[in-house]
Design a protein around this ligand. Structure first.
Ligand code: 3PG
Ligand code: MG
Length: 394
């Protein structure tokens, strides 16, 4: 799929509207807890500015009610952080859809942040009237928000239809290239690691991946459901008994592709101070909670990862937030880091684990996306990408 790239558009003297994903985690006081997405969005802005464009940037933050301005939903802290990182003042424009004085005053070399786009009525519904108004503000629309590419909203989709020129920003392009390399034409063996609490929320991704990968490593509550399906014991661990039949059919359909844990680190309670106890799966007691993988299972997985050609990682395999139960995620992460495979990771928990264990520099690509990353793994069409491709084809 060929997309027009921002880098290939002559933006001198033009107005450029960048849709970024600046949806960062915040603490209760509104302070930015992790600014990775902001930093990742800077190259598009800097490139357009350096080449003489007048730049408008917008993003959503959270899921505000349309038609209402609330301080909690405001991009004000984001504007401040971008300003600090760019070393200049970045004005935040409220009620920007209809243009006005701020828009008339915008000149090459200027950069403004347009308030939370999901405050606008019609954004979520991808309203054509709203998208047309926004398109009128600009000469060039650049979508750099890969993290929101699975949403068809007015700033991610509709505007791309109506803007005079619609292209992909450098982050969007890099994400698509890395994911494409991992999944569309992977060096084999291709190994996917999918952790997380529930099989039910990741069922489609598990099935889609199984059709492509050589090995699928499951972790967390997902692994527990597969252990049950295999006839193993999990005590009172997180699992979905109602999905055991589904898990059995998956195991039968893809024999040998999903390694099943044979030992685990258990505890009697879900706390950081709980006493860890190593047990083979068949010795797990009814009141045990599996909180991490055991060393024998881990040795098998580390070997699989070491021999991989490509690794795709989404989701921790144990309760890595508790140090006593972090070993599995840590060691598997370190094995991924040490592997010669092309490795790509995505999702908030996964990136938190990567940062906790200090291995970010050794993962080939760390995606800024959560939901969009999963939908790409599922093989779904991302509407924000599809519309950019349509514009090229038209
Ligand atoms: C994300 O954080 O995954 C993206 O910013 C998309 O946010 P959304 O799930 O609210 O659309
Ligand atoms: Mg918030």
């Amino acid at each position: 799929m060929k997309l027009l790239q921002l880098a290939d558009v002559d933006v001198r003297g033009k107005r450029v509207f960048i849709r970024a994903d600046l949806n960062v985690p915040q603490d209760d006081a509104g302070n930015i807890a992790d600014d990775t997405r902001i930093r990742a969005s800077l190259p598009a802005i800097q490139d357009a500015l350096a080449r003489g464009a007048a730049v408008m940037v917008t993003s959503h933050l959270g899921r505000p009610t349309e038609g209402q301005w609330k301080a909690d939903d405001s991009l004000a802290p984001i504007a401040r952080r971008i300003g600090e990182l760019l070393g200049r003042d970045v004005p935040l424009i409220r009620d920007w859809v209809d243009g006005g004085a701020w828009h008339d005053a915008l000149k090459p070399g200027d950069v403004v942040l347009l308030e939370n786009c999901r405050m606008n009525v019609g954004e979520k519904e991808d309203d054509a009237g709203l998208a047309q108004k926004m398109a009128k503000l600009t000469d060039v629309y650049a979508n750099d928000a890969f993290g929101t590419a699975h949403r068809a909203e007015a700033t991610t989709h509709g505007i791309a239809r109506y803007a005079p020129i619609a292209c992909a920003g450098p982050l969007m392009a890099a994400e698509l290239e890395a994911l494409g390399k991992a999944l569309l034409d992977p060096k084999r063996p291709l190994v996917a690691i999918v952790g997380g609490a529930k099989v039910s929320t990741k069922l489609t991704v598990l099935r889609a991946l199984l059709a492509k990968v050589d090995t699928l490593i499951v972790g967390g509550g997902i692994a527990n459901t597969f252990v049950l399906a295999y006839g193993g014991k999990i005590g009172k661990s997180l699992a979905e008994p109602e999905l055991v039949a589904e898990a059995k059919s998956i195991l039968a359909q893809f024999p040998g592709k999903i390694p099943i844990p044979i030992d685990a680190v258990c505890a009697k309670e879900f706390t950081a101070s709980a006493t860890p106890e190593l047990k083979p799966i068949e010795k797990i007691a009814p009141d045990d909670l599996i909180l991490d993988l055991g060393p024998q299972s881990l040795a098998t997985l580390k070997h699989i990862v070491a021999c991989a050609g490509t690794i795709v990682w989404n989701g921790p395999i144990g309760v890595f937030e508790f140090d006593a139960f972090a070993n599995g995620t840590k060691q598997l992460g370190q094995a991924i880091a040490a592997s010669r495979a092309f490795s790509i990771a995505g999702g908030g928990d996964t990136v938190a684990a990567i940062n906790k264990f200090g291995i970010a520099g050794q993962i080939d690509y760390i995606s800024t996306a959560g939901g969009a990353f999963l939908e790409f793994l599922e093989g779904k069409t991302l509407p924000a990408v599809a519309i950019l491709a349509e514009r090229v084809a038209a």
